[in-house]
Design a protein around this ligand. Structure first.
Ligand SMILES: [Zn+2]
Length: 159
């Protein structure tokens, strides 16, 4: 067994894997943290499921990393929210608190191509930041790193 518990980031390449990561059913400690790399710029986003009366609902708040680092005093700025009426019908919604700019445009583009339509963009790279999208624990085994889910959350999801 490895004792190295440093989160390991990795690329997700298939559309289903990316969707499963971004729109996972999250525990209260969970969040999907990932970086989108285009040709000229990159942004790190945090997608966190909204809970009502303690229960998760099909709505996720989207923030962008605007300072610090994911594991060192991150400064997250709110961009908008993802709402899902039914699977495959997820849309990025602008709200009153949305911060406009390149990060907003980038996420809106990603949401349109990857979450609403089945049109992944060949020049866009998706990297998770090494933490389970459902519970937030560091991903350490090669298997977990490859899928973006820790073993317990992966089993719960399959079962
Ligand atoms: Zn997990």
């Amino acid at each position: 067994m490895s004792t190295d518990d440093t989160p390991k980031r990795a690329a997700l390449t298939s559309l289903p894997a990316i969707r499963a990561f971004v729109l996972a059913d999250q525990t209260p400690t969970g969040a999907a943290i990932f970086t989108l790399e285009g040709v000229t710029r990159h942004f790190t986003f945090r997608v966190k499921q909204v809970r009502r009366d303690g229960e998760p609902i099909p709505c996720w708040n989207v923030k962008v990393l605007a300072g610090g680092a994911v594991d060192a005093s991150p400064k997250w700025v709110y961009l908008g929210s993802l709402r899902s009426r039914r699977p495959g019908q997820t849309a990025f919604i602008e709200t009153k608190g949305s911060q406009h700019g390149l990060a907003f445009e980038s996420f809106a583009f990603f949401a349109r191509c990857y979450l609403k339509k089945d049109k992944p963009h060949p020049a866009l790279r998706f990297y998770h930041e090494g933490r389970c999208c459902a519970c937030g624990r560091a991903l350490t085994t090669p298997e977990s790193v490859q899928r973006g889910f820790g073993p317990t959350c992966w089993e719960k999801r399959a079962g």
